[in-house]
Write a protein that binds this ligand. Structure first.
Ligand code: NGO
Length: 538
């Protein structure tokens, strides 16, 4: 109910504030009226849309004396404070010391308060007024998401890495905000093209700004194996030695992989590693002849066909291999999930596929992890607690959709990644230079304008655990490419995952999205300037 009341109010007050903000701009004008100060961004004019927004009172303006105050005994709050300072210091040029709560007054206060039940595991409240801004959350993740809101309420110029003039003003009022779904993911395919630790970190930072909390890494496929496995070393050293188009590929050492996981954790993202099987395994089959039914290793593969490779389902060594790989990967994974792929096993019979999944899923459980599989797993016997990731499209047959719905009715959780909505590798239009188009063209509106809660017929709403935007990289080979395809569509996925269904509104969304243009620019992100969005300048 609360959502139904607050959202229309948000819009109304939003427009009111735009008018007010114009007034504020007027007061900053030079005598000749030439140089207007920048307007204050209306409270709630952010992505994803918050649950509840109540503008009131005066704005807060950061100064060179602003401190970031944290509870004296909370290292977790201090870490979030240090992160906030590192985000705000370069553009403001202010020192922004992180201090114990009682050492300063006013300014920015970060409070962890275990009693705020209504804020859940990831929610926060932001209260701002003349004296300062207070963020309250039950968990460090909630505080961190609150920090992203505070950041987006500041002018876009705050994203620059060199000093800008300001002023750095946050509108007054209260935002109370909790996510719709606990799983809000983005996937990066590091197999078709390899991406360095630095490139992955850059993408993680961009995800965090929009409250995405899961990074799914597609670590193996026909074209490359990207994670070191001590018990089967050639997987990485040989299987990782090329990529689509024949480039040199690469792989993560265990230390590098841990670095990615730790960096993601510092941004409150959980990493979900995927080893795709039994199909999409040419890199592994090329590395070890014994994994092939005929005992002959195929050559490495650098094309973009799918569905031609399969592990040998009837050989025992296959399960030694799977056990070793899952054991070593689980040991690198503090997160709950291990993704075992299972898509497009066109070279495996249905019977073999089911038998394979019956043997492999318990191995994931044995090493303490929960299975995620692409939705073809629904056609086998998903293990108790398993999640399936739906990647079908509008034209997917009813029988396939019904199979997924049946699994959901039987307790299997769903992550929604419809290819004709959330695949970030689909072209925006026929003129998009990068990307594929097998699922059609996916412009910004199409990516955003659907409801995950009512998407698949017959699926109980409680089965939907969230959404994920996959970026397959057959045509994507640099950070600039990633950003061209992910932005701005990733923001739509983030909003579908976070914001209440009652806030879903294309008109309102495209206005807020327009305000993210200058922010992405300031971050050096060269995004797709969709004509569907009235991009702003600041
Ligand atoms: C499919 C296929 C991938 C491709 C991708 C390209 C899934 C789950 N399997 O999605 O191998 O890279 O399409 O869009």
């Amino acid at each position: 109910m609360r959502q139904h009341r607050t959202i229309p109010r948000l819009r109304l007050l939003g427009s009111l504030l735009l008018v007010l903000a114009a007034g504020v701009a007027g007061t900053g004008a030079a005598p000749d009226g030439a140089a207007a100060a920048p307007a204050v961004r209306p409270l709630g004019d952010i992505v994803p849309a918050p649950t509840s927004v109540r503008p009131s009172g005066s704005p807060y303006t950061l100064t060179a004396r602003t401190a970031i105050r944290v509870d004296a005994d909370s290292r977790a709050a201090r870490r979030v404070g240090a992160y906030l300072a590192s985000v705000l210091r370069p553009a403001t040029g202010y020192p922004l010391p992180v201090v114990d709560d009682d050492e300063a007054r006013g300014g920015i206060r970060l409070r962890l308060d275990a009693r705020g039940r209504e804020l859940g595991d990831e929610g926060y409240r932001m209260e701002s007024g003349r004296q300062g801004v207070t963020l309250t959350a039950r968990t460090p993740a909630g505080l961190f998401h609150g920090v992203q809101t505070l950041r987006q309420q500041l002018p876009a110029a705050v994203e620059h890495d060199t000093p800008r003039p300001g002023p750095w003003t946050v509108a007054g009022g209260t935002i109370t905000d909790t996510p719709r779904y606990g799983y809000r993911g983005a996937m990066l395919d590091v197999s078709r093209h390899f991406f360095t630790v630095g490139q992955v970190k850059r993408y993680i930072d961009q995800m965090a700004l929009y409250k995405i909390n899961t990074l799914h890494l597609h670590l193996s496929d026909d074209q490359g194996w990207r994670i070191a496995v001590d018990s089967w070393p050639r997987l990485a050293t040989y299987g990782g030695s090329t990529q689509v188009g024949g480039g040199q590929g690469g792989f993560y050492t265990k230390a590098q992989y841990r670095e990615i996981v730790a960096y993601a954790a510092s941004r409150h993202l959980e990493v979900v590693p995927e080893i795709d099987m039994p199909g999409h395994t040419n890199a592994a089959l090329a590395s070890y002849a014994e994994l092939n039914c005929d005992g002959v290793a195929p050559p490495l593969y650098t094309g973009t066909e799918v569905g031609f490779s399969s592990l040998c389902v009837n050989k025992d060594v296959t399960y030694d291999f799977v056990d070793d790989v899952i054991r070593e990967l689980a040991a690198l994974t503090p997160g709950r999930y291990l993704h075992i792929g299972g898509d497009e096993a066109h070279s495996t019979s249905h019977e073999d596929y089911v038998a394979f999944m019956d043997r492999v899923q318990p191995v994931v459980a044995k090493y303490g992890k929960t299975v995620i599989g692409w939705h073809q797993l629904a056609g086998a016997r998903p293990a108790p607690g398993a999640l399936v990731q739906y990647w079908g499209l509008d034209r997917t047959g009813d029988a396939e959709k019904a199979g997924v719905a049946r699994a959901a009715q039987n307790g299997t959780g769903l992550i929604l990644s419809p290819a004709d909505r959330l695949y970030l590798d689909m072209k925006y239009t026929k003129d998009t230079p990068l990307g594929l188009s097998w699922a059609g063209y996916v412009e910004v509106r199409r990516a955003y304008d659907w409801d995950p809660g009512a998407y698949l017929p017959g699926v109980p709403a409680s089965a939907v655990r969230g959404v994920e935007a996959p970026l397959w990289t057959e045509t994507v080979s640099s950070s600039a490419h990633i950003e061209r395809m992910a932005f701005p569509r990733l923001l739509g996925a983030a909003e579908l995952g976070w914001s209440p269904a009652a806030a879903h509104d294309w008109e309102a969304y495209r206005q807020r999205l327009a305000g993210q243009g200058p922010r992405l620019e300031a971050m050096g992100v060269d995004f797709h300037r969709s004509p569907q969005v009235p991009w702003r300048t600041e």
